[in-house]
Design a protein around this ligand. Sequence first.
Ligand code: BTN
Length: 251
Amino acid sequence: MPLDLGLISSLRPQTHLFYFPSIDSTMSEAARMVRNGACDGAVVVAEEQTAGLGRLGRNWVSQADVGVYCSVLLRIPVPPAQFPIVSLMLGLATADAIEKVASVACDLRWPNDVLISERKVAGILPHLVEQCIVAGIGINVNNTKFDEGLRTQPTSLHMARGGKPVSREHLLVQLLTSIDEFRDRLVSIGPRAILEAFSRASSYVSNRRVVIEDNGTRGITAGLDENGFLLVRSDGGKVSRVAAGGVRPAS
Ligand code: BTN
């Protein structure tokens, strides 16, 4: 069933929503809109993406009618050095929306994988376009199967709830509300609010044995630095900042 746009606009009348039954990627459309001066909070949402973008040049499988695939324009003043904090903030908002609408608790794997029992249920791709943050968010909602061979094992909310579907409209609306709430905290309190909330919400921030994807270093996670980068104490005792890529659990 396609998204019920009437329901979305009745629940969220303030949002400028740009809907596409099919698109290559909501990210490219959102970037084009930024260049044309689109307003803060505008949202591009698609029923399916034919060339969905994931992190690190990967693709994001975006099957029609079962997921939430959106890019949200956020015109918030964040210094470039603190860009990772925006990623963390979006992960928190996504997990919050899932918890509120689907009653499923998620874990967050730095910087922004949203996991249920170590399987990925949502991914986040923040881009900076002319000083505007384009927040790409993909959530596996009512998927009942996935392609083989994805890097991180995927799951959907439908699967996590033992076959109970979730309203994509309510999830999208709550996602936008949760983004509003977390961005307000970031702007009013500052990065500390996000760093503390992420550290509470993620099992990956401290005392977790991981391998750094980028360089294969193994170690134990040792918190976040002031800009939201993950710190890892290697087996040799050296503490380093994970500057790119992400981490995976290690044995
Ligand atoms: C990741 O690799 O974890 C990030 C995935 C981000 C996917 C979303 S779906 C909506 C938006 N449009 C895209 O092409 N990608 C993001």
